[in-house]
Design a protein around this ligand. Structure first.
Ligand code: CP
Length: 324
């Protein structure tokens, strides 16, 4: 694995290796000294052109726990605001000796451009590009699902085959949804998307999942329900139902959660619009894994950085899209 741009680039073996490695990395977090010397002398740059709390902090924590040097770059306050291009920013990072660049960008495809440009030699990790993909979010979600639905002590290579995952809400603008559909399908899970017709992307009928408009009908058949943030900042108000209407039809409250099987879980990638797609009662319940997902994000990102920078050779060659 040379770069991590899309969850769709991962074979089942790649994905299971990352999840199993993340399980090993999670043990580091349980130690009094939460560090491994693995990436000592390597440099990881966090290149964030869009706001982030969870992803940026957890990549920083992950790199530091592996003893890498970390450079945090935020477009705000940098020469990007003076008009500097992605190319010149990348060449600057290359001159500083970046071994890995973790990039979040508002433009879909920016990480792919960086990985295939020849501007930098290091590994590129997509930390969220526009409305396209967020592969490490999907990996940490799969890690959380394995732990919650399959159990953490049931051995290496546990998978999600046959597990039913429902993803609800603003699919149109969600890079989390697309990456989760691709990865969960690779891992054998059955995914159903539930959304208003105006918040589904064109071509969704070609995605490897089912689509429903009836949340109440799908809930009793779900092992996990992943609520998505309504991304008001990316949408045209004309295409959006009122907040009240949206919550009534697609929001998860206590009454709806009661329709889910007792062993099922509620997920949210964050940040949440409490009172919109999820009520505080549900968000703060034991069934909701939102905080657990954040903690699992550090272990999962440790695994990704370790495998990208530690010389891992995949069973299958990296797909052409991600090669230099
Ligand atoms: N889930 C997620 O990507 O959160 P941030 O935007 O805070 O990184």
């Amino acid at each position: 694995m040379r770069h991590l741009i899309s969850a769709g680039d991962l074979t089942r073996d790649d994905a299971v290796l990352i999840l199993d490695t993340a399980e090993e990395m999670a043990r580091v977090a349980d130690r009094p000294i939460k560090k491994l010397p693995t990436l000592r002398g390597r440099t990881v740059v966090n290149l964030f052109f869009e706001d982030s709390t969870r992803t940026r902090i957890s990549f920083e924590a992950a790199a530091k726990r592996l003893s890498a040097d970390v450079i945090n770059f935020s477009a705000k306050g940098s020469s990007v605001s003076k008009g500097e291009s992605l190319k010149d920013t990348a060449l600057t990072l290359e001159a500083m000796g970046a071994d890995a660049v973790v990039i979040r960008h508002h433009a879909s495809g920016a990480p792919y451009r960086l990985a295939n440009s020849g501007w930098i030699d290091g590994a590129v990790v997509n930390a969220g590009d526009g409305t396209h993909e967020h592969p490490t979010q999907a990996l940490l979600d799969a890690f959380t699902l394995r732990r919650r639905l399959v159990g953490r002590d049931s051995g290496i290579g546990r998978d999600l085959a046959g597990r039913r995952v429902t993803i609800v809400g603003d699919i149109l603008h969600s890079r989390v949804a697309r990456s989760n559909v691709l990865l969960l399908h690779t891992l054998g899970a059955e995914v159903t998307l539930v959304a208003p017709p105006t918040l589904l992307p064109i071509g969704v009928d070609h995605w490897p999942c089912q689509v429903s408009y009836d949340l109440d009908a799908v809930l009793p058949k779900s092992d996990a329900v992943m609520m998505l943030r309504v991304q008001r900042e990316r949408m045209n108000a004309a295409f959006f139902p009122t907040e009240r209407e949206y919550s009534r039809r697609y929001g998860l409250d206590g009454d709806r959660m009661a329709k889910m099987p007792e062993t099922s879980v509620v997920m949210h990638p964050g940040p949440m619009n409490r009172g919109m797609e999820i009520t505080a009662e549900v968000a703060d319940s034991d069934r909701c894994t939102a905080v657990e997902q954040v903690a699992n994000g550090v272990s999962t990102r440790m695994a990704v950085l370790y495998l990208l920078l530690g010389g891992y050779e995949p069973a299958n060659p990296t797909p052409a899209r991600t090669q230099e």
